[in-house]
Design a protein around this ligand. Structure first.
Ligand code: MCA
Ligand code: AMP
Length: 505
C-alpha cells in the first residue's frame, strides 16, 4: 500500500513544523500547514467525484494553494494538468477536450470565458484565485486535515504536460510518478541540495522547470522556497540575500545583470545559480562571474524527459555547454539512422532513463516517432559531445522558437495567420531579442496583392493564441524565399530580419 510520489515528496514531511514556503509579505507556511491544506483539497476533489487516473486541468496563478492542489492530485492519484495562465480559452479548450479532463480549476476572472467549454465538455469548473481564495478553497475549508493517500505505482501518471508540436497540434506528455521521483533525487544529489537550502523561486509553476525541477528538489530535500508570483526585478533584489540558491531562465540572469544593485555583496549568501530552458549566452555567463564571483551552472531538459544534462557542481562549469548526463541518465548523439556519431560531430541528442516520459496522451504514432523501442527519446535538439563528455547544444532539428523560456512552435502561429482574410501564406521565425533571447517575427504574403489589415490580423491572432506567441513584428513580402524543393528558406528570412528587435528596442 503506497503512493511513491506522495510518500517521497510530501508524506515524509507530515507533522514537521519546519518552513516550506516563505512569501514576499513575510508569511511562512510550514510543511505541516501545507500538507494539512493539501489533504483538505484532496477531500474536496474526492467529494467532487474525482478518482485516481482522472485528469484535472488547472489554469491558476502561482500561489501556495496552487502548489497544494498539485500535492492533492498526487495524494488522490488524480492526474495534474497545469496550463499556462496566458493561454486563451481557445487554447484551453483543446487541452481540456484532448485530455478528457473531468474538472477545470481556474481563476475567477477567467471563469466566464471558460464556462462555454466546460458546458460543452459536460464538466465542472471550480475556482482558485491568485490570493488563494475561490470555490475550491471554500469546499476544502472544513474538510479533515489528513487524507489517506490513494495507492499508486511508480508507473502511474502524475501529470500530463502539453507541449506544442511541429505540426501545430499540441501533444500531452504523460509523466509518471517514477519520472518525477528519479529526477528530483538525481538533481538534489548532483546539485548538493539539503534541508538548509532556501530556493528563490520566481518561475511559473505550469512547466517542468518551476513545478517539477524546482519544487520537487526542495520537497525531496526538505529545504524551503521563497515563493514569488513572478519575476519582479526589485523583489528579486530584495529577496536574494535571504536565499541560498536560484533556478531561472536566461532572461532572469540578463535582467539581474542590467541592475547595478546586483553585485558581489548582494549574492554573497548564495550557494548556487542554475540556468536552463533556453541557451545561456557564454557572454552572460562570463559577465555574471565578473560581477558576482559565481559561475552559473547551466543544465538542459525537456518536458518529455525532465532534466537530463547538467554542468557539474564541483567540477568545471563550462560556459556555452550544458555539461554531462545526470546520474542514471544515458545520452547519445546520433545521426538520422540512430547510430552514434563521433565525439566533436553534430548529431541529434537522444536520452534514456527513468526520467523519460511514458509517451504522448492518445497519440501512439507520435510516441513511436519520438520514443524508440529501446527507450531512447529523440529530443529534436542538436548537440556535440567533446572527448571529455561535455555536451554543447548547437541548434534544433525542430522548428521551434524559445522566447524567455517559453516554447513557440511557428506552425501553430502560421496556421493562425494563414486563416486571416487576405493572407495567402505566412512564415514565422525567431530572431534575437535582447530580453527574451528570441522573439517572433511573422512574414506574410497577401493573396493577389491584396492590402493586408495588419491591425485586424493582430487582433484576430490575439483572440486565438497566448500573448507570448504573438508576432511582435508583422512584415509583408511579395513572396517567401523557397529552395528548389519548394521548402520555405527560413534561414534566409532569419538573416533578413536578424536586427528586427536588437536595433529598435
Ligand atoms: C511574458 N511575455 C512574454 C514572455 N513572458 N513574451 C514573450 N516571451 C515570454 N517569455 C509578454 C507579456 O504577456 C507582456 O505582454 C510582455 O511580454 C512583457 O511582460 P513582462 O512583464 O516583461 O514579462 P514577465 O512577466 O516579466 O515575464 C518574462 C519572464 C517569463 C520572466 C521571462 O516569461 C518567465 O518567467 N519565463 C519562464 C518560462 C519557463 O519557466 N519556462 C520553462 C519551460 P504585453 O505587455 O505586450 O501584454 S521549459 C522546461 O520546463 C524545460 C523542462 C526546461 O529545460 O526547463
Ligand atoms: P520544453 O519543450 O518546453 O520542455 O522545452 C525544452 C526545450 O528547451 C529543449 O528541447 C531545448 O530546445 C530547450 N532547452 C532547455 N534547456 C536548454 C539549455 N540549457 N540550452 C539550450 N536549450 C535548452
Amino acid at each position: 500500500m503506497a503512493n511513491p510520489l506522495y510518500d517521497t515528496l510530501f508524506g515524509r514531511h507530515a507533522g514537521k513544523t519546519t518552513p516550506f514556503i516563505h512569501l514576499a509579505d513575510g508569511r511562512c507556511i510550514t510543511h505541516s500547514d501545507f500538507l494539512e491544506h493539501a489533504a483538505q483539497i484532496a477531500h474536496a476533489l474526492t467529494a467532487l467525484g474525482l478518482n485516481a487516473g482522472d485528469r484535472l486541468a488547472a489554469q491558476v496563478e502561482k500561489s501556495p494553494e496552487a502548489l497544494a492542489l498539485y500535492a492533492a492530485c498526487a495524494q488522490t492519484g488524480v492526474v495534474f494538468l497545469p496550463l499556462n495562465t496566458a493561454y486563451t480559452p481557445n487554447e484551453v479548450s483543446y487541452f481540456v477536450k484532448d485530455s478528457g479532463a473531468s474538472l477545470i480549476v481556474c481563476d475567477d476572472v477567467n471563469e466566464d470565458g471558460l464556462t462555454p467549454l466546460a458546458q460543452d465538455a459536460g464538466i465542472r469548473i471550480e475556482t482558485l484565485n491568485a490570493d488563494g481564495c475561490g470555490r475550491l478553497m471554500d469546499r476544502s475549508a472544513n474538510m479533515p486535515t489528513t487524507f489517506e493517500p490513494v495507492d499508486r505505482s511508480g508507473d502511474d501518471l502524475a501529470g500530463i504536460l502539453y507541449t506544442s508540436g511541429t505540426t501545430g497540434r499540441s501533444k500531452g506528455a504523460m509523466i509518471t510518478q517514477t519520472n518525477l521521483i528519479s529526477n528530483a533525487q538525481a538533481l538534489a544529489e548532483s546539485w548538493h541540495f539539503g534541508d538548509g537550502d532556501v530556493l528563490l523561486h520566481a518561475l511559473p509553476i505550469f512547466h517542468v522547470h518551476g513545478l517539477f525541477a524546482a519544487t520537487n528538489v526542495m520537497l525531496v530535500t526538505g529545504g524551503s522556497m521563497i515563493f514569488l508570483p513572478k519575476f519582479d526585478l526589485d523583489i528579486m533584489i530584495q529577496m536574494l540575500p535571504k536565499a541560498t540558491a536560484m533556478m531561472g531562465v536566461p532572461t532572469f540572469y540578463t535582467r539581474l545583470l542590467s541592475d547595478p544593485r546586483f553585485d558581489r555583496d548582494l549574492t554573497k549568501h548564495m550557494r548556487l545559480f542554475i540556468s536552463g530552458s533556453a541557451p545561456l549566452l557564454a557572454e552572460t555567463h562570463i559577465q555574471f562571474e565578473k560581477r558576482t564571483g559565481h559561475r552559473i551552472l547551466e543544465r538542459y531538459g525537456m518536458t518529455e524527459t525532465n532534466l537530463t544534462i547538467s554542468n557539474p557542481y564541483d567540477g568545471e562549469r563550462r560556459a556555452g555547454t550544458v555539461g554531462l548526463p545526470l546520474p542514471g541518465i544515458e545520452v547519445k548523439i546520433t545521426d538520422s539512422t540512430g547510430s552514434e556519431v563521433s565525439d566533436g560531430e553534430v548529431g541529434l541528442i537522444e536520452v534514456r532513463g527513468p526520467n523519460v516520459f511514458k509517451g504522448y496522451w492518445q497519440m501512439p504514432e507520435k510516441t513511436r516517432e519520438e520514443l524508440r523501442e529501446n527507450g531512447f527519446f529523440i529530443t529534436g535538439d542538436l548537440g556535440i559531445r567533446e572527448s571529455d563528455g561535455y555536451i554543447t547544444i548547437v541548434g534544433r532539428d525542430k522548428d521551434l522558437i524559445i522566447s524567455g523560456g517559453y516554447n513557440i512552435y511557428p506552425k501553430e502561429v502560421e496556421l493562425a495567420l494563414d486563416a486571416q482574410p487576405g493572407v495567402l501564406e505566412s512564415a514565422v521565425i525567431g530572431v534575437p531579442h535582447p530580453d527574451f533571447g528570441e522573439s517572433v517575427v511573422g512574414v506574410l504574403v497577401a493573396q493577389g496583392g491584396a492590402d493586408l489589415d495588419i491591425d485586424a490580423i493582430t487582433d484576430a491572432v490575439g483572440q486565438l493564441l497566448a500573448r507570448f506567441k504573438h508576432p511582435r513584428k508583422l512584415v509583408v513580402l511579395d513572396e517567401l524565399p523557397r529552395n528548389s524543393m519548394g521548402k520555405v528558406q527560413k534561414n534566409l528570412l532569419r538573416n533578413q530580419f536578424a536586427d528586427a528587435f536588437t536595433l529598435q528596442e
